[in-house]
Design a protein around this ligand. Structure first.
Ligand SMILES: CCCCCCCC/C=C\CCCCCCCCCCCCCC(=O)SCCNC(=O)CCNC(=O)[C@H](O)C(C)(C)COP(=O)(O)OP(=O)(O)OC[C@H]1O[C@@H](n2cnc3c(N)ncnc32)[C@H](O)[C@@H]1OP(=O)(O)O
Ligand SMILES: Cc1cc2nc3c(=O)[nH]c(=O)nc-3n(C[C@H](O)[C@H](O)[C@H](O)COP(=O)(O)OP(=O)(O)OC[C@H]3O[C@@H](n4cnc5c(N)ncnc54)[C@H](O)[C@@H]3O)c2cc1C
Length: 655
């Protein structure tokens, strides 16, 4: 069937090449091209297609379908991608497995990265190759039923037995059961387990251990291990998140990951070079989350924008034909700022991935000085992007009206997966408060006359801006944001200090200032996102692409400043706010002809999108009908439930 002419016209009105834009989105022409090649190659392999729509499957079927595809993937892995390239591998996973989770997700995202960052050279020699070849499947078991956030309160113990040179693992209480780890439930046979290291009755706190859970031949749990699946979740139902308990389960001393902390055979403990070095796997995932969430948001927007260009409802001036709903200003206001955010998140993602890779090298060379900065940055970024992604996806769903609520749109699945990110890798409020610690310390440095020692990301806290030139360009908007973030950070810090100076304990003062502190963290992070977006656009060479991205940046900066209006009241007059509001409306109109091309440029395939509404060809209605007809409920005209219950009820009512 040919393409819906409404989408053809939209594509014709685009002022730039989508391949050129994809090269900017994905960091290089080479990688954008590789993505297309991988997608093309996969589309020719029938075994990679869903056996039937995932949304009609039970959880067991989803997991089985994911495993089937993983097994097929293992036959093609080396021929489809450069296996040393993480981005190619992730693209392949996304295309084939989609976003509902699968039994190798944690193996790739946390198990292998933990071995790389935490295992000694000898340990890597023993396990890393096996893990990379997928001879073993691993997971990352840290969270317990009773504690996820407060790692210092984890209860699982690894007690060193000097006589046998083994660790004895125990789960002393019901709340100490490991709870949540992906792939633990049914698939993984090994795990990195985070347990309190105990030597001669002294607790050295949480440390990582390499633990075999299941027999490598029979896959049965090993004696001393209780393991299973935690049941269905809001999303991620292609993954078997699990529980795990230990009863006097022994592992050799060599199974504690000893790149940084060490226990010698006589039970001596050697401290790591930085107390939080064991948290590196979390920082790794957090550093990727801006990219991943940007792509979740992008997926929802591809669906909503394409659908809005084929959905016609109501009239503007021309009463002879209904308009595309994308022409309504309210629809544009709902969707376009999110397109800008998706671009901005992906640009930030590239930056934080690069920073993590550099930090990993530095730490391996003994330099841990960058850890605090990256921890603070990724803590804030993870929190802001997951929240805003959730907001943007939900708006995209509503922008699709009734059909958005159907699983045919697939938006609810994207939403469920994306907002999991508000919780995993550190609950958002908690992570905002981690960044707040860093911001408060920065203010204290200024108060102590040490402004010159501030890092570049917080140097603005020491500046003083009270007037803005309203010939507003992106850099002036940045100044507005700096003003808001600086003011809020000072206000929150001063509130905390005042409470503390009044005699309150440090902890209670912190608690009572914490809402204000989280607000400071959000503003600081949004400032970082805006400045990364501006810098990125500044570096683009292709003039057509640059022109459109400047338009998109205008949507971003005007929308973001309107959104934080309450924080800039002391700086901007109501006339200035009106001016900005009008600039936003103008920028929505400017971006309108490029809206479809901007979402096409994400180059997310139909196979990955799984959305009837978001199909590239725009043939929504005929496929919606086809999709509904494929519902298992439509296999028969009369359901047993009707015969068994409703018919007798209706008959009885007739009497
Ligand atoms: C060929 C194939 C290749 C394929 C390649 C694929 C690779 C792919 C890689 C990644 C892909 C990612 C894709 C993601 C897709 C989605 C998949 C979904 C999977 C879901 C995964 C979910 C997994 C989990 O959730 S694991 C569990 C996570 N748990 C948490 O995050 C717990 C949160 N809690 C904490 O982190 C901590 O408890 C804390 C930080 C809140 C507090 O810790 P604490 O009590 O020990 O410390 P304090 O608060 O007292 O602070 C003291 C001091 O320490 C500083 N600090 C804390 N943390 C750090 C750190 N990490 N680094 C540096 N410094 C740190 C803190 O700032 C304080 O400093 P002060 O100076 O203020 O004292
Ligand atoms: C989809 C998914 C996948 C996961 N995968 C894994 C995995 O593979 N491995 C693994 O180990 N874990 C995994 N987890 C667990 C996850 O990391 C934790 O659930 C997460 O870190 C939050 O911890 P919690 O559940 O203890 O929340 P809680 O800390 O109990 O949060 C409850 C509330 O308390 C608040 N709160 C808690 N502490 C503070 C504080 N200090 N200050 C202010 N407010 C506070 C929070 O903000 C929140 O509002 C996964 C979770 C999900 C949802």
């Amino acid at each position: 069937m040919s393409e819906n002419p409404d989408l053809t016209n939209e594509r014709a009105s685009g002022t730039f090449e989508t391949n050129a834009m994809a090269a900017v989105i994905y960091g290089s022409e080479k990688f954008a091209q590789r993505r297309r090649e991988i997608t093309e190659a996969i589309s020719k392999i029938p075994e990679f297609q869903d056996s039937h729509p995932l949304v009609f499957m039970s959880r067991e079927e989803k997991i089985s379908e994911a495993c089937r595809k993983l097994a097929v993937l293992s036959n093609y892995w080396n021929s489809l991608i450069d296996t040393s390239d993480e981005e190619e591998a992730l693209h392949l996973y996304r295309e084939v497995l989609g976003l509902e989770g699968h039994p190798l997700a944690l193996h790739e995202t946390m198990f292998i990265p933990s071995l790389i960052a935490q295992a000694s050279d000898e340990q890597q020699e023993k396990w890393l190759g096996r893990a990379q070849r997928r001879e073993i499947i691993g997971c990352y078991a840290q969270t317990e039923m009773g504690h996820g956030t407060n790692l210092r309160a984890l209860e699982t113990t690894a007690t060193f037995d000097i006589s046998t040179r083994e660790f004895i693992l125990n789960s002393p209480t019901i709340t100490s059961l490991k709870w949540w780890p992906g792939a633990l439930g049914k698939s993984a046979n090994w795990s990195i387990v985070i347990a309190n290291l105990i030597i001669k009755e002294h607790n050295y706190g949480p440390h990582p251990f390499m633990v075999q859970l299941r027999d490598e031949k029979s896959h049965e749990p090993l004696p001393g291990i209780t393991v299973g699946d935690i049941g269905p979740k809001m999303a991620f139902n292609g993954a078997d998140n699990g529980f795990l308990g230990f009863k006097n389960y022994r592992i050799p001393r060599e199974n504690m990951l000893m790149r940084h902390s060490k226990v010698t055979s006589d039970g001596s403990y050697i401290k790591p070079p930085h107390a939080k070095i064991g948290y590196s796997s979390m920082v790794k995932v957090r550093s990727r989350m801006a990219m991943d969430q940007g792509l979740f948001l992008a997926s929802a927007l591809v669906i909503a924008v394409r659908y809005s260009a084929v959905r016609r409802q109501g009239y503007l001036e021309d009463k002879s034909r209904e308009v595309k709903v994308l022409d309504y200003q309210t629809q544009q206001h709902r969707l376009f700022p999110s397109i800008a955010r998706a671009y901005a998140f992906i640009f930030c993602g590239f930056e934080t991935i690069r920073l993590y890779d550099q930090l990993l090298i530095d730490v391996q060379n003994g330099n841990t000085s960058g850890m605090a900065d990256l921890h603070a940055l990724t803590s804030g970024l993870k929190s802001v992007v997951t929240y805003q992604t959730g907001e943007g996806i939900e708006q995209a769903r509503m922008a699709c009206g009734g059909h958005g609520y159907s699983m045919a749109s697939y938006i609810s699945e994207i939403y469920g997966v994306a907002i999991g990110g508000c919780t995993y890798e550190g609950e958002n409020m908690v992570m905002l408060l981690q960044l707040a610690r860093y911001l408060v310390k920065s203010i204290e440095m200024i108060q102590n006359g040490k402004s010159r020692e501030l890092g570049p990301m917080v140097a603005y806290l020491a500046e003083n801006e009270s007037e803005i030139d309203l010939n507003l360009g992106p850099n002036e908007y940045l100044k507005v944001f700096e003003y808001a973030a600086r003011n809020q950070t000072w206000r929150a810090t001063e509130k905390f200090q005042k409470l503390r100076n009044s005699g309150m304990s440090n902890e209670e003062a912190w608690n009572q200032a914490s809402v204000e502190l989280t607000r400071a963290s959000r503003l600081h992070t949004r400032l970082y996102i805006m400045s990364t977006f501006i810098n990125h656009v500044g570096s683009i060479v292709d003039q057509k692409v640059k022109g459109v991205l400047i338009d998109l940046l205008n949507v971003h900066v005007t929308y973001e400043v309107m959104d934080i209006g309450i924080y800039v009241q002391g700086l901007l007059s109501s006339n200035q706010m009106d001016l900005i509001r009008n600039q936003l409306y103008v920028s929505l109109e400017t971006i309108r002809p490029n809206a479809v091309s901007l979402v096409d440029s994400f180059q997310i395939s139909d196979m990955q999108l799984r959305s009837v509404l978001g199909r590239r060809d725009g043939n929504v209605y005929e496929n919606l009908f086809k999709w509904a007809k494929s519902s298992p409920l439509n296999k028969t005209d009369v359901l047993p439930s009707v015969t068994q219950y409703l018919k007798p009820m209706m008959e009885k009512s007739k009497l």
